[in-house]
Design a protein around this ligand. Structure first.
Ligand SMILES: *Cc1c(COP(=O)(O)O)cnc(C)c1O
Length: 388
C-alpha cells in the first residue's frame, strides 16, 4: 500500500529548523564551532528543591497509577494559591484550573474545543507556531493579526476587519511575547476584554513568560482585568519559570466553561500528567520565589552582554523587559533568512529567522540567551567581526 498523509499534515509549512539544521551539520562537518542561539530551552538546571520533591513522589507507589484527568486537587489548589499570591486573582481550583502536560499541549488542544470547521481563529504573527497549526488541525481558518514595531508589537485590535471579528471564535495572544519580547500594558488588556465581550471571542492568553522579567518589571496576568474571566482562559507553564522544559507540566486557568471544554478534549486524548511531576510542580509553585531572582539575574546579565554587542555591531533592537529572547532587526538589504544563513556560514552562530514565526517576522531575527554566559560572550565577539 501507499501510505498517504492527511491534508492537515501534508499542507504543514516546512519545519522551521530543518534547513538550519542541515546547514549547521554542514558547517560542523567543515570544522566550524557552532553556537546555537536558536532554541529557547534553558541551560540552567531545575532547582534542587523541585528535583528532591520529584524523587520523594516517585517513591510513592500511589503516584504510579493513572492520574486524574484534570490534575490532582492539590496541584490545582497550588495553582489557585499561586494566582492569588502573584496576581491577586481568585480561582476555583475545582472548576477554573486544569493541569496540562506542558502548556503547548493545552494550547494545541484548545481549538478542538472551541472551533467548528470553517470558524476563524485569530492569532498574533510573529508568534508561537502552534497557534495557527492547531487552528488548522481543528478545521478552523487561522487569521494572522500582525505585531508591528510601530505599535510596540501589540496587535492593533481596531484594524481587524469587522467580518473577521464576527466569524472569529478564539484569539491567541501572548505577553510577555515570544519572539518580539514585547510586554502588554493594562490599557491593552482592557481593550482585549472588550473585544472578547463584544464579539464572543474566547481570549486565549499564553502567559508562559510572566515570571521572566527584568529591571523590577512585573508582567500582568490577563485575568487581573475586570471581565477577563468571562471571556478568557490563560495558559501557564512551569517550563520557563523553573527551567523545567523537559518535565512537561503546565496549567490552564480562567473561565470555567472554557477550562471545562479543554478538559473534555483532554479526557478523550491523554490521561493526565504524571502525579510525581505534579507533586514537584506543587513544591515549585509553593516556593516560587526560591532562587527566582538569581535565575533571572543570569538571563539579565546575558541580555545586557548581547544587547551591547548588537549596539557595537550597529544592529537595531528594543531592550527586552521580559523573556529570555532578543528580537533584533537584520541589516538592511537582507531578508531574515539570508541574514541567518549568512551569519551561520560566516560565524557559526545560529539565530532563528523572524519568518520562522510568521510572515510579519520578516526583517527580524531572534536569539535566545539560554546557553552559557561564556558562549554568549564568544558569540558577541564573532557577531561584531561579521560583515554584512
Ligand atoms: C515555551 C513556550 C510555551 C510552551 O511551553 P511548555 O513547555 O509546553 O509549557 C508556550 N508558549 C510560548 C510562547 C512559549 O515560548
Amino acid at each position: 500500500m501507499d501510505v498517504m498523509w492527511a491534508k492537515r499534515i501534508a499542507d504543514l509549512p516546512p519545519y522551521l529548523f530543518a534547513e538550519i539544521d542541515a546547514k549547521k551539520n554542514e558547517m560542523r562537518a567543515k570544522g566550524m564551532e557552532i553556537i546555537d542561539l536558536g532554541v529557547g530551552d534553558p541551560d540552567i538546571p531545575t532547582p534542587d528543591f523541585i528535583i528532591e520533591a520529584l524523587k520523594r513522589a516517585v517513591d510513592d507507589s500511589r503516584n504510579h497509577r493513572y492520574p486524574s484527568y484534570e490534575g490532582m486537587p492539590a496541584y490545582r489548589e497550588a495553582v489557585a494559591a499561586w494566582y492569588k499570591e502573584r496576581f491577586d486573582v481568585s480561582l476555583n481550583p475545582a472548576s477554573e484550573a486544569v493541569a496540562l502536560i506542558g502548556s503547548k499541549e493545552g494550547i494545541a488542544h484548545t481549538p478542538l474545543a472551541f472551533l467548528d470547521p470553517g470558524d476563524i481563529g485569530l492569532y498574533t504573527d510573529p508568534g508561537y507556531p502552534v497557534y495557527p497549526t492547531s487552528i488548522s488541525f481543528a478545521g478552523g481558518i487561522p487569521y494572522a493579526v500582525p505585531l508591528l514595531k510601530e505599535n510596540g508589537f501589540l496587535p492593533d485590535l481596531d484594524s481587524i476587519p469587522e467580518d473577521i471579528k464576527r466569524k472569529a471564535k478564539i484569539f491567541f495572544v501572548n505577553y510577555p511575547n515570544n519572539p518580539t519580547t514585547a510586554v502588554a500594558d493594562a490599557d491593552f488588556y482592557k481593550k482585549l476584554v472588550e473585544l472578547g465581550q463584544k464579539y464572543d471571542i474566547l481570549i486565549c492568553h499564553d502567559a508562559a513568560y510572566t515570571e521572566i522579567a527584568y529591571d523590577g518589571y512585573e508582567p500582568f496576568s490577563f485575568l487581573q482585568f475586570d471581565g477577563a474571566k468571562e471571556v478568557g482562559i490563560e495558559f501557564h507553564s512551569l517550563s520557563k519559570t523553573f527551567n523545567m522544559t523537559g518535565w512537561r507540566i503546565g496549567f490552564a486557568v480562567g473561565n470555567a466553561k472554557a477550562v471545562g471544554g479543554l478538559g473534555k478534549i483532554k479526557t478523550n486524548i491523554d490521561s493526565g500528567a504524571f502525579q510525581a511531576v505534579q507533586a514537584a510542580g506543587i513544591e515549585a509553585l509553593k516556593n516560587y520565589k526560591l532562587g527566582l531572582e538569581d535565575r533571572k539575574k543570569i538571563f539579565e546579565q546575558r541580555r545586557d552582554i548581547f544587547c551591547k554587542g548588537l549596539d557595537e555591531a550597529g544592529l537595531k533592537y528594543t531592550k527586552p523587559k521580559a523573556t529570555f529572547y532578543i528580537w533584533f532587526e537584520v541589516p538592511e538589504g537582507l531578508t531574515s533568512k539570508e541574514f541567518s544563513t549568512r551569519l551561520l556560514t560566516e560565524t557559526g552562530i545560529v539565530v532563528t529567522p523572524g519568518t520562522g514565526f510568521g510572515k510579519y517576522g520578516e526583517g527580524y531575527a531572534r536569539i535566545s540567551t539560554t546557553i552559557s554566559t561564556d558562549k554568549i560572550i564568544y558569540a558577541v565577539e564573532r557577531l561584531k567581526e561579521a560583515r554584512f
